[in-house]
Design a binder for this molecule. Structure first.
Ligand code: 13P
Length: 255
């Protein structure tokens, strides 16, 4: 009942020619993958170019960040309406790199999610605990607070449209994926918290896993009942690799 959603977060990677080559190589590989929703989030300067390459295809365009204000003196920032003009459908907000490196709070993330929804864009709201949080037994406290705080301004009637990405910080870019058991257990907690907050809509919200997702582990992750997709960094930079992930191809044991 929840359509899988596989999203590429290119972070601060790829040039314009590389992005064009990526899309040209990637699209034929996923032409038959209509069961899953596919999203690509390039860096801001590539949104126009990648958006043009994706026009008329089933692959959605996403931005990696946004500022919640309509307009104003916010040097270096980008407003929601600008992303609408570029053809974005989704925007990643609250990524752990934004939280840790740029000091973004739950309240700031919440205001971004609200601004996006009010303009017809859909937030992919990221949450995740650090290794220190997990080792000190605070995972669920931290995640609960992030979910409550970051979704504080999502109106109940719009809740089912948002996407939540659970990305354990210790698994991002480390090659250390959460085991399927840990991922499912944590996703089940996130789901329960969403139900508490939004009632039945909590069952319709898609929850992505993120953190060292690759073709070798996507199959087993996607077989977990509360994992509805993936937010992929490093392995989304190669068309063949991301296409395998879109197809949930588990290559376990073949490499
Ligand atoms: P990696 O897939 O490179 O671990 O990155 C995950 C991530 O942060 C996606 O947003």
């Amino acid at each position: 009942m929840r359509r899988p959603i596989l999203a590429a977060n290119w972070k601060m990677h790829l040039t314009r020619p590389e992005a064009r080559d990526f899309v040209a190589d990637f699209l034929p590989r996923v032409a038959d993958a209509s069961a899953a929703e596919i999203v690509i989030a390039p860096p801001y300067p590539l949104l126009g170019c990648v958006g043009q390459c994706l026009a008329g295809t089933a692959v959605s365009l996403a931005a990696q960040n946004v500022h919640p204000a309509e307009r104003g003196a916010f040097t270096g920032e980008v407003a929601v309406a600008m992303l609408v003009e570029l053809g974005c459908r989704y925007v990643i907000v609250g990524h752990s790199e934004r939280r840790a490196l740029f000091g973004e709070s739950d309240a700031f993330v919440a205001s971004k999610a609200a601004a996006l929804l009010s303009h017809g864009l859909l937030p992919i709201v990221c949450v995740g605990e650090t290794l220190e949080d997990r080792e000190s037994g605070r995972t669920f406290d931290v995640l609960g607070a992030q979910i409550d705080g970051s979704l504080a301004e999502v109106p109940g009637e719009r809740a089912a449209e948002i996407v939540v990405a659970y990305e354990p910080v210790w698994a991002i870019g480390t090659g250390r994926t959460a085991t399927p058991e840990i991922a499912q257990q944590t996703h089940a907690f996130v789901r329960e918290r969403l139900r508490e907050r939004f009632g039945g809509a909590g069952d319709r919200i898609r929850i992505q896993y993120g953190g060292s997702v690759k073709p070798e582990n996507i199959g087993v992750l996607m077989s977990q009942p509360d994992i509805d997709g993936a937010l992929v960094g490093g392995a989304s930079l190669e068309p063949a690799s991301f296409a395998k992930i879109v197809h949930f191809e588990s290559q376990e044991g073949s490499q």
